[in-house]
Design a binder for this molecule. Structure first.
Ligand SMILES: Nc1nc2c(c(=O)[nH]1)N[C@H]1C(S)=C(S)[C@@H](COP(=O)(O)OP(=O)(O)OC[C@H]3O[C@@H](n4cnc5c(=O)[nH]c(N)nc54)[C@H](O)[C@@H]3O)O[C@H]1N2
Ligand SMILES: Nc1nc2c(c(=O)[nH]1)N[C@H]1C(S)=C(S)[C@@H](COP(=O)(O)OP(=O)(O)OC[C@H]3O[C@@H](n4cnc5c(=O)[nH]c(N)nc54)[C@H](O)[C@@H]3O)O[C@H]1N2
Ligand code: SF4
Ligand SMILES: [Mo]
Length: 792
């Protein structure tokens, strides 16, 4: 897309647009002057122009971050739309799991703009965030993969689909014949549709006979799925969308809501303005904390401590919901006993939360008429992430705030389709679709009958991080990676790269030649989200349609089509004509999706699973009467003080705790967002947030280049000195910023996994931080008195 609009001045409409843009830029600047350095998607009133009022703040920040030409393109599309001159396709956002819906405006197979369509958008109404609204330039980027590629003598060459798919099938078959099916590892993609993910798990089980299939859910909310499955039943949030706007109280922890789930943050902020309360616990004073009733800074890695402390205080003050506990839960006595040691003093010592803040929050949460318990990765990406989630479920259950319209458990899920494609559809080592266990004989028999085979694998397979570790030991020989960029997103990426390099065979299916794809033997070009039909399932269990707005570039094919054509190479004729056909099969085999059909969605029905059959209206909130457990009760389990995996190691050399995460403008490894010049310019350098006190003790000033080293590696970044973060903790974004030569996952450790969910400990790593030009020499100076070791 050109930077300069060809025709900026020759219509009144456009000069109106130009005026609006100038206004928008001013708004953005004044917001920045007000100190809103972390731009917020927000909604605002009072401006006129080509955009609807509530879109304004998103536009204003976009105006500040995107080239003028690009904005004119967008603005033009909107005015063209008014002239009915463009194609309009209603679809669901392909970035995060909020599940915003909007119209894609396109003309001549080029996406011109995105415009929310409130009538068809149950979650977002007329809101979107800057990514959903503006980051679609990737779609016609010149670097898109347009043909299959095969590597020959270390170089890629173009290949036909037949040649590429034959090669993939032969190689996978060869590994299977020689080493057995479990020498294969498959990574499915939460970026892709439910239908595509369903077929990936089918390929893995029916044809390749392995349960070694996983997806990015592992790196993310797998502890949420594990923790909630064992306590309340379903590995999903219990609340529907109403709660976000109407609850009386929010407990929010480990969630940078305004940057990671901007549209949910808008609902929450609006509700706070109308009198609701919010209690935020986070090591960083993230922007949602500015809007909260109370913010408490927590020591990273010690969340079970303050959560148990809250339960203890609630019990001490007799504020628990006795009736709920008695009638709807088991395990209360054990939890009561388990929390005894978590006195306010103990909590302050280990988790850093002052007693007053702990008590305030506990009392507010327990006595509110309704309350939502919200968390994201700050709670899950730990070596004890599942325990954190179980603690959170215990807290919610003790207060009785689960199972109503305005109260419940609200993990904000990550990728656009991680709830559906990453979990519900079963591309995970232990579950068929619908959380049906691969180890359950009756379940396996049902799938065997349907799939016409009698040997589905019956042992739980390997998770994504375990697949890498197994490959390192030589037990996995070949991998198939769809829509995942592990050489940036896995822990200890230098090691991950070596492992990929050493595989016998690697196939990658993506929309770009990613750094992961560079290691592949065969690369398969897939369609992106504006070129795809199917469904995504968002964080509130909404199943929503995704539709093709423009034709794919070159010969790129939809993910589900590629998987079906690969299956054919193994002699399996699946014969699906469309994603809707695949959904019919999902309906047959997956009780919670029993009545989710494309027809109903086309008719505008709003379906949140479970949807048991075609007459069932769906389930906006879970657990109104029963939990999804054998006895219908919620099961509470006591949890203990856990702490990060590295807590027992000698941290003399690495006295600082590193935590990692997201920024508003970027999306993960940046394969899509980094193609927007304006967005990139906002995040053109890797940075590290350092508290002023810590910076001073380390001799580091704002914007200084620094070196950060851990037991696994070393990177450089630019210091951002800010009291957003607490002393002795630093934050580095997980994204690929600047030239990408340094990424934070060079520092993280792949061996610190949660015992149950196997998520890596992305949220706490011991590090050392020094000014760049001072030698780090961790190996040399262990006994010298550098400022940081002097501080210990
Ligand atoms: N802009 C943008 N939005 C995204 C994404 C993106 O890449 N970019 N990715 C999507 C995906 S896949 C996901 S999973 C979500 C993730 O959404 P978030 O979980 O909100 O994202 P993170 O930045 O990883 O932030 C987690 C929060 O945890 C806090 N934290 C760190 N350590 C601890 C701890 O020990 N305890 C507690 N209580 N908190 C801690 C951090 O300070 C931060 O506020 O975002 C989704 N949305
Ligand atoms: N240090 C640290 N590391 C982390 C995290 C953290 O908080 N800290 N968070 C973790 C989390 S929560 C997540 S979810 C992961 C994310 O890690 P990844 O999933 O590896 O990150 P993405 O950049 O979203 O990669 C998705 C890939 O899919 C491709 N793609 C997009 N759309 C399609 C499509 O329709 N079809 C196909 N075939 N490909 C497509 C993109 O080009 C990209 O290469 O990172 C994890 N890593
Ligand atoms: S909040 Fe999430 S779903 Fe909504 S527009 Fe932004 S990235 Fe897309
Ligand atoms: Mo995620």
């Amino acid at each position: 897309m050109s930077d300069q609009h060809p025709d900026e001045t020759n219509s009144e409409e456009k000069s109106g647009v130009a005026g609006y843009m100038a206004q928008a830029k001013e708004m953005a600047e004044s917001a920045q002057e007000r100190g809103e350095t972390t731009p917020d998607h927000g909604s605002d009133e009072g401006h006129s122009g080509p955009f609807a009022p509530a879109e304004h703040l998103a536009e204003s920040f976009a105006a500040n971050s995107m080239s003028e030409g690009r904005l004119f393109d967008v603005a033009d599309a909107v005015s063209d739309y008014r002239m009915n001159d463009v194609d309009v396709t209603d679809t669901t956002c392909g970035y995060c799991a909020v599940g915003c819906r909007f119209d894609v405006l396109s003309k001549d197979d080029e996406v011109l703009g995105i415009r929310p369509n409130a009538e068809k958008a149950p979650v977002n109404g007329i809101s979107t965030c800057v990514k959903g609204k503006f980051s679609y330039g990737y779609a016609d980027d010149e670097d898109r993969l347009t043909t299959p590629l095969i590597k020959e003598d270390g170089e890629f060459r173009e290949a036909s689909w037949d040649e590429a798919l034959d090669r993939v099938a032969e190689e996978l078959q060869e590994t299977k014949d020689e080493y057995g099916p479990d020498a294969l590892g498959l990574v499915s993609s939460s970026r892709t549709s439910n239908e595509a993910n369903y077929l990936m798990q089918k390929l893995s089980r029916q044809i390749l006979k392995t349960n070694n299939i996983d997806n990015c859910n592992r790196l993310c909310h797998s502890p949420t799925v594990a923790g909630l499955s064992q306590t309340v039943g379903y590995g999903a949030g219990s609340v529907g969308t109403e709660a976000f706007n109407d609850t009386d109280c929010y407990l929010i922890t480990g969630s940078n809501t305004t940057e990671s789930h901007p549209v949910l943050a808008t609902d929450i902020k609006q509700n706070l303005k109308e009198g609701a309360e919010a209690y935020v616990f986070d090591p960083r004073k993230v922007q949602i904390a500015e809007h909260a009733t109370q913010y408490a800074r927590v020591t990273p890695g010690y969340d079970t401590v303050w959560i148990n402390g809250m339960i203890r205080h609630i019990l001490e003050e007799d504020l628990q919901d006795d009736e709920f506990v008695e009638n709807r839960t088991v395990g209360f006595e054990e939890v009561k006993e388990g929390v005894e040691k978590f006195t306010p003093e103990f909590v302050e010592e280990h988790a850093g939360v002052p007693p007053e803040q702990l008590k305030n929050a506990a009392e507010a949460v327990a006595t509110a008429d309704s309350c939502m318990f919200c968390w994201t990765l700050g709670l899950t990406e730990h070596s004890h992430g599942t325990e954190n989630v179980v603690s959170m479920a215990n807290l919610a259950l003790v207060t009785g705030h689960v199972g109503t319209e305005k109260s419940g458990l609200a993990p904000f899920r990550g990728q656009n389709n991680v709830q559906g494609g990453g979990g519900d559809m079963g591309p995970v080592p232990g579950n068929f679709p619908g959380y049906q266990k691969v180890t359950d004989d009756d379940v396996r028999e049902k799938f065997e009958d349907y799939y016409g085979v009698d040997d589905l694998p019956d042992e739980v397979g390997l998770t994504i991080t375990e697949q890498f570790l197994a490959a390192d030991r030589g037990n996995i020989k070949s991998m198939f990676v769809e829509g995942e960029n592990p050489v940036y997103s896995e822990p200890n990426v230098d090691h991950a790269e070596e492992i990929l390099e050493d595989l016998d065979f690697l196939a990658v299916q993506d929309i770009f030649l990613t750094k992961t794809a560079e290691y592949a033997d065969v690369v398969l070009p897939a369609t992106g989200h504006v070129e795809t039909n199917g469904t995504y399932t968002g964080t509130t269990r909404h199943v929503q349609l995704v539709k093709r707005a423009v034709d794919p570039p070159g010969e790129a094919k939809p993910d589900w089509v590629i998987t079906q054509e690969l299956a054919e190479r193994f002699g399996f004729e699946w014969d699906y004509d469309s994603p809707s056909d695949i959904m019919d099969e999902i309906n047959d085999l997956t009780p919670i999706y029993g009545g989710v059909t494309h027809e109903r969605l086309e008719d505008g029905e709003e379906l949140q699973w479970p949807v048991w059959d075609e007459d069932h209206p769906g389930t906006p909130h879970l657990y109104e009467e029963q939990f999804n457990t054998a006895d219908g009760k919620a099961h509470m389990f006591p949890t203990d003080i856990s702490g990060p995996a590295e807590r027992d190691m000698d941290d003399g050399d690495y006295p600082i705790k590193l935590t990692t995460g997201r920024v508003l403008y970027q999306y993960h490894t940046g394969t899509m967002t980094n193609r927007e010049e304006g967005i990139r310019s906002y995040t053109d350098e890797l940075f590290v947030e350092i508290n002023p006190e810590t910076a001073e003790s380390l001799g580091i000033a704002d914007e200084d280049p620094v070196r950060i080293s851990s037991r696994k590696g070393e990177i450089e970044a630019m210091a951002q000195v800010t009291d957003r973060i607490g002393p002795d903790v630093v934050f580095v974004p997980m994204h690929v910023l600047g030239d990408g030569s340094d990424v934070v996952n060079e520092l993280t450790d792949e061996s610190h996994l949660d015992e149950q969910a196997h998520v890596p400990e992305f949220k706490v790593t011991d590090v050392k931080v020094v000014p760049r030009d001072r030698p780090t020499a961790v190996d040399d100076d262990a006994n010298t008195s550098s400022p940081e070791s002097a501080d210990d």
